[in-house]
Design a protein around this ligand. Structure first.
Ligand SMILES: NC(=O)c1ccc[n+]([C@@H]2O[C@H](COP(=O)([O-])OP(=O)(O)OC[C@H]3O[C@@H](n4cnc5c(N)ncnc54)[C@H](OP(=O)(O)O)[C@@H]3O)[C@@H](O)[C@H]2O)c1
Length: 264
C-alpha cells in the first residue's frame, strides 16, 4: 500500500530537503506552499508520486483545502514546516507582517496539527513533526519578539500533545524540530543576517527525520545548539533574555536580496 507524507513550506529550504528525504524513503508526497513554480521544479527532481497544493497557509480556507485534498489518503507523516521570521524592534516592526507571520507560524500550524492528529488517531498510526526553532525553547527573543513568541507556541503546543498521546499509549507521534541557524531563504524573508554560521538545510532535515523516527519529542540539530539550550535552563530567565538580546543585536539587517527561481 502507498504511504503518503504531507510537507508544508516545501518550495525551499528545510521543507524541500524533507521532500527529497521522504521521496528516497518511498513516500508519495503532497507538497504545499505559495510558489507553484518552485514546487513544480522540485516535483520534476523527485522520483516519487507528488501532488502539489498551491496554498497560502496564512488563509484559514487554504489550510482546510489542503486537508481536504488528503483526507481520504493514509497519511503517515505530516510535517508542518511553513513559516517565516521578521527582524526588528517591536515598536518599529510592521504589524501587518507580524499578523501574517502569526497566521502561518501559529494559526495554520494549529489548524493542520488538529486535523492531522484527528486523522492519525483514527488510523491508529502516524507522525506529526512541527518545525519550531530553538527560539521556541528560549524565554524570549528581543528584536525578533513575535517570531520567538510564535515558535514558543509551537513547542508548547507540540509537547503538550506529545504528553497526551504518551499517556494514552497512542502509537501516534507528535514532536517538534528546533533548529538554530540553518542556511535557507529564511534570512532574506526575515530581513536579517545571522551572527552565527548556519547548518545546511539538508543536514537539518536528515537529523529531524531520523530523530522523529526515534520518536524524540524535542529535536535540536547540532551539538553546540543542544549545549546552549541545556545550559540556558540553568540561567535566571532575565539574564538569559539579556544574553539573547545581545546575541540578536549582533545580527544585521539583511539586504533583502530577492531569491530567484533557482532550484531548491
Ligand atoms: N532557517 C533557519 O535558520 C531556521 C531556524 C529555525 C527554524 N526555522 C523554521 O524552519 C521552517 C522552514 O524555514 P526555512 O528556513 O526552510 O526558510 P525558507 O527557505 O524561507 O522556507 C520557508 C517555507 O515556508 C513557506 N511559506 C512561508 N509563508 C507561507 C504561506 N503563507 N503559505 C504557505 N507556505 C508559506 C515558503 O513557501 P512560499 O514562499 O512558496 O509560500 C517556504 O517553502 C520555518 O518554520 C522556520 O521558522 C528556520
Amino acid at each position: 500500500m502507498k504511504k503518503y507524507a504531507v510537507i508544508t513550506g516545501a518550495s525551499s529550504g528545510i521543507g524541500a530537503e524533507f521532500a527529497k528525504i521522504l521521496a528516497q524513503e518511498g513516500y508519495s508526497l503532497i507538497l504545499a506552499a505559495r510558489r507553484q513554480e518552485r514546487l513544480e521544479c522540485l516535483k520534476k527532481r523527485l522520483k516519487t508520486e507528488c501532488e502539489i497544493v498551491t496554498a497560502d497557509l496564512g488563509k484559514k480556507e487554504d489550510c482546510y483545502r489542503l486537508f481536504q485534498t488528503v483526507k481520504d489518503k493514509p497519511v503517515e507523516i505530516w510535517i508542518n514546516n511553513a513559516g517565516f521570521g521578521n527582524f526588528g524592534t517591536f515598536k518599529t516592526s510592521s504589524l501587518q507582517k507580524e499578523l501574517d507571520m502569526l497566521n502561518v507560524n501559529v494559526r495554520a500550524l494549529h489548524i493542520l496539527t488538529k486535523l492531522a492528529l484527528g486523522k492519525m488517531v483514527k488510523q491508529n498510526s502516524g507522525y506529526i513533526l512541527n518545525v519550531a526553532s530553538c527560539a521556541g525553547l528560549m524565554p524570549a527573543g528581543p528584536y525578533m519578539a513575535a517570531y520567538y513568541a510564535s515558535k514558543s507556541y509551537v513547542t508548547s503546543l507540540t509537547r503538550a500533545i506529545a504528553e497526551e498521546l504518551r499517556s494514552e499509549k497512542s502509537p501516534v507521534y507528535a514532536g517538534c524540530l528546533c533548529p538554530g541557524p540553518v542556511n535557507t531563504e529564511f534570512n532574506d524573508v526575515a530581513n536579517v543576517e545571522f551572527a552565527l554560521p548556519g547548518i545546511s538545510a539538508a543536514s537539518c532535515a536528515r537529523y529531524g527525520y531520523e530523530q522523529m523516527k526515534r520518536r524524540k519529542t524535542v529535536i535540536v540539530p547540532k551539538c553546540s545548539v543542544r549545549l546552549a539550550m541545556t545550559l540556558g535552563r540553568f540561567l535566571p530567565q532575565e539574564l538569559y533574555i539579556r544574553i539573547a538580546a545581545r546575541q540578536q543585536k549582533k545580527k544585521k539587517y539583511g539586504s533583502r536580496k530577492k531569491a530567484g527561481c533557482k532550484l531548491p
